[in-house]
Unconditional design. Structure first.
Lengths: 162, 162, 162
C-alpha cells in the first residue's frame, strides 16, 4: 500500500467515527418529537426488535410494549393537553459497534385549566446502542427520576467516569 | 481516475455532509443566545432576506419584521426581566441544498417580583433551510405552542416520520 | 506533492475541525451528568489545572476549589433531593487551539416535601477552551444569572455577534 492509501484509510476511519456520533445524536433527538406527537412506530423503531425501555415503574420489552406505552391513556392524555419531552445534549461514548449515551431529560406539561406549564419531572437516562445491519439501534434505555434516588445519580456517574 | 482519487472524492462528500449537519446545529444554537440578548441583527441574519418566521400569532417576513419582533416592547420586557429561549437538540434531515430541523423549544421567564422562574411555554419547531451562496439560511421557521393544538404535534411528527 | 496528497491534507484539516467541534460538545455534555451525580473529579477535570469558574457569587480557581463546590453542603443538598443541571446546545467558535462555547443552562430542582419540580434558575454561560497536550480543557467558564442583569445578556451577545 502506498503512503497515500494508508493515510486515506486512517482518515476514513476518523470520518466513520464522526458519522457514528452524529447518527447517535440524530436518533436521540428524534425521541422527543416522536413521543410528543404520538408517532408510536417511530418511537419503537429506535429500539432493536427486543430492545428494553427500563423505567422507574417497570420495564418495557420489544416494539409492541413500547408502542403500547405511547398509545396508552396516560401518555395520550399528556400529548392531547400539550407535552414536551425535552432532552439535554447526550454525552456519547462509542466502542466499535456498541455505544452509550448519557443525558438528562425533562418532561414539561401544559395544564389546560390554567393555561400554565410545569416541569413534571427530570430524569437521568442511559441509552445503550448496538449497530445492527449497519444501523444504530437502542438495546436498552434506562431512565430513573432525579428525585433523590441513588439509581439516578449512578446512571449519570457511569456515563462520565473514566 | 485512480482508485485512490475515487475514494478521496467519496470521502470528501461524507465530510461535506458532516459539515452541513454541524453548520445547521451551529446556526440553530445561536438563536437562543441572540434572541435573549436582543441581538436583533444576529437573529434576523439567520433567515434569508425574505425568510418567514411563522408563529401562532402570525407570520413575520423578512429581516425588518424579524428584527422588529426582537426590538418590540413585549420581547424587550422579557429580556430586561431575564429570559431563556432554550432549545432541544435539533433533529436534522439534509437533502442536498435544503434541510429541515425539528426540535422543541422552551421559554423560561424570570419574575422579578418574586425572584422565581417559570416555564412560560413549550413549542414545536420546524426550521426549513436552504443553502444560499454556500451558507445555510432559514427560509421558513414554523413554531406552534405545545398546548394541545394538533398543529404542534403535526410539526413534530413530520420531522420524524419516514 | 501530488494533487491527491494536497487534497488529502486539506480534507484531513476539515476532519480535524469536525472532531474539535464534537470533542467540545462532548466535554460540555458531561458537565450536567457529572455535577448532578457528585462526580467532583470529573467536573474539575474538565478545567485546566488553574482553570477558572467565574459565577455570580464569586470565582473558583483550580481543581481543588471546583471540587469543593461540588462537595459543598448546598450542592450536595441539591443532588440528594434531586437536581438537573440542563444545558442548551452550545454555540461553538473554534480558532486554532482555543475555542469559545456559548449556551444557556437551567437548574431544575426536586422539592421532596411536595414531590414537585421547579426551575430554580436560568443562566448564560461562556466556556473558554484551550487545547492542552492535545486535549480541550476549560480555561474559564463565566456564568451569569438570566435575571435581568446586563452581564448575562452580554455573555450571550458576545457568543453570537460577528
Amino acid at each position: 500500500m502506498t503512503d497515500t492509501e494508508t493515510l486515506l484509510i486512517a482518515l476514513a476511519a476518523r470520518v466513520q467515527l464522526l458519522e457514528d456520533q452524529l447518527d447517535l445524536m440524530r436518533i436521540i433527538s428524534a425521541y422527543g418529537p416522536a413521543v410528543d406527537s404520538g408517532e408510536s412506530a417511530a418511537v419503537a423503531g429506535m429500539w432493536t426488535e427486543d430492545g428494553v425501555y427500563d423505567v422507574d415503574t417497570g420495564s418495557l420489552r420489544g416494539h409492541v410494549e413500547i408502542e403500547a406505552m405511547v398509545l396508552s391513556k396516560p401518555h395520550q392524555s399528556y400529548i392531547q393537553a400539550g407535552s414536551g419531552h425535552l432532552i439535554g445534549p447526550p454525552h456519547i461514548e462509542i466502542d466499535g459497534d456498541t455505544a452509550v449515551a448519557t443525558c438528562h431529560s425533562q418532561l414539561v406539561l401544559h395544564e389546560p385549566e390554567t393555561g400554565t406549564y410545569r416541569v413534571a419531572r427530570i430524569t437521568a437516562n442511559r441509552w445503550e446502542f448496538a449497530r445492527v445491519d449497519g444501523q444504530w439501534k437502542v438495546t436498552v434505555r434506562t431512565s430513573r427520576l432525579l428525585d433523590g434516588r441513588a439509581e439516578a445519580r449512578e446512571i449519570l456517574a457511569a456515563g462520565v467516569k473514566n
